[in-house]
Design a protein around this ligand. Structure first.
Ligand SMILES: Cc1ncc(COP(=O)(O)O)c(C=O)c1O
Length: 450
């Protein structure tokens, strides 16, 4: 019978894991997972872990969800995959109809990629190409926010700004214009989220005012910069950005890959600002966390700018082999069914309140500078000095200590640097949230001792 140790040994001989310094595994055990059920993951030694990070923010309705499983199994016997150029299939037609119906007004065409980063590439290329098709050759630049993250492929990396992932590859990347992040952790004492986000917008306005003739689009992660340490901002920023993009004739790309499908408390984060972006990128939870798929939605004006005789070469000749995979679409349809049938957005309000209540006392901790929350994302900022928010040096890897403590206590918490966060599947119970809060509290106590 395989166990954790034997599988780890086989694994480390042949695998190279993502986002990992492999040498860490000389001391840090790798955990092979045998099965999942609901919020639980179970390893080969029988240890269980609450998946508090939804397996990189993808899983919303639990592992091995019977309703999603059934739909995929049904699809498997019909059609596993088919080329999407020249051909189509029922699951992708139904999915596109339903996405058009539930996303902000005017978004009425869906283009598909097979992961989030590729979807970002689609939106960037489409925006640039739209302007070119309009006869505008000057627009070649993109505006991004400080501390943003949009994926790991080179263009997605170029429009992101998390140094940890970007810096090394900088010589390979296109240059972008970077506006200050509206991240409200940086607000002054007494300043509200709204006031700070408005103040941060001035930097964006200035960039647009000076450079709009060269700018194709602004790309943002609405409300939460997830990979950028779960930093959050007020919806007013999105409202101002939409107005400015219209004023300056620049596209707005909303990357809801991490925050779409209920994460921020509404089905889509853009709803909280009552805006429609020109491009909306959706992935991760789109398939309930089962299979890779990305949808890039856009509106009629963009679509029509590409619609012409073949010889004009105005078409969008972009593709990925697994674009619109039917199994992934089946998982997405089952996910949308659950949203519809289970009143998920409303029911999540109780969990949102519970996450806040379970961590209400954390702000009294001498090494916690902030506990912030947007919907089903709650983040705890560990600091060395609470008064001036001086962070712990990254080399100290305090978050890793929380991670290790959590693993010994039935929880998968995977801090981002010094930020411990909960981003659990929506099938988590109130008792399980209490458990996570207790584990995080003890873990932070251990991690902040010198
Ligand atoms: C906001 C955002 N955009 C894009 C991506 C990239 O998606 P993928 O990992 O599927 O390439 C991520 C991944 O974490 C993300 O958080």
């Amino acid at each position: 019978m395989p166990n954790n140790q034997s599988l780890m040994q086989r694994d480390l001989k042949v695998l190279w894991h993502p986002c990992t310094q492999m040498k860490d595994h000389e001391t840090l055990p790798l955990i092979p997972i045998r099965r999942g059920e609901g919020v639980w993951l179970e390893d080969f030694d029988g240890n269980r872990y609450i998946d508090a990070v939804s397996s990189w923010w993808v899983n919303i309705f639990g592992h091995a969800n019977p309703r999603i499983n059934d739909r995929i199994k049904g699809q498997l016997d019909q059609l596993e995959h088919v080329i999407l150029a020249g051909f189509s299939h029922e699951p992708i037609i139904e999915l596109s109809e339903r996405l058009v119906a539930i996303t902000p007004d005017k978004l009425n065409h869906c283009f598909y990629a097979d992961n989030g980063s590729s979807g970002i590439e689609v939106a960037l290329k489409m925006s640039f190409h739209y302007w070119l098709n309009q006869g505008n050759k000057k627009k070649t630049k993109f505006v991004t926010l400080g501390n943003s993250y949009h994926g790991e492929t080179l263009a997605a990396l170029a429009v992101g700004n998390v140094e940890l992932y970007k810096k090394i590859y900088e010589p390979l990347l296109m240059t972008t214009l970077t506006a200050p992040s509206p991240d409200c952790y940086a607000r002054e004492e007494g300043e509200t989220w709204e006031q700070y986000s408005l103040r941060a917008f001035e930097g964006m306005e200035e960039i647009l005012r000076r450079n709009h003739e060269e700018i194709c689009a602004v790309i943002v992660e609405p409300l939460v910069q997830c990979a950028g340490n779960m930093r959050m901002y007020h919806p007013v920023y999105l409202k101002k950005l939409r107005e400015a993009c219209d004023r300056y004739q620049v596209h707005m790309i909303a990357d809801e890959i991490a925050v779409g499908f209920g994460r921020t408390g509404t089905l889509f984060a853009c709803e909280q600002a009552d805006i429609t972006p020109d491009f909306l990128c959706l992935s991760k939870a789109l398939t309930g966390g089962y299979l890779p798929l990305c949808a890039v939605l856009t509106h009629e004006t963009i679509y029509q700018a590409f619609y012409d005789e073949y010889e004009t070469m105005r078409g969008f000749l972009h593709s990925h082999s697994y674009t619109g995979n039917p199994l992934a679409c089946a998982a997405a349809l089952a996910t949308l069914d659950i949203f519809e049938q289970d009143n998920v957005i409303e029911n999540n309000q109780k969990l949102i309140r519970k996450m806040a209540a379970a961590t209400a006392h954390f702000t009294d901790h001498p090494n916690i500078a902030e506990v912030r929350q947007t919907g089903m994302i709650l983040a705890i900022e560990m600091v060395k000095n609470k008064k001036n928010k001086q962070p712990f040096a990254w080399q100290e890897r305090r978050g890793l200590r929380v991670y290790q403590h959590a693993l010994q206590n039935q929880a998968l918490l995977r801090p981002l640097g010094n930020v411990v966060y909960f981003m659990p599947p929506y099938v988590i119970s109130e008792e399980q949230i209490d458990h996570l809060a207790n584990v995080a509290w003890d873990g932070i106590n251990i991690a902040t001792q010198d």
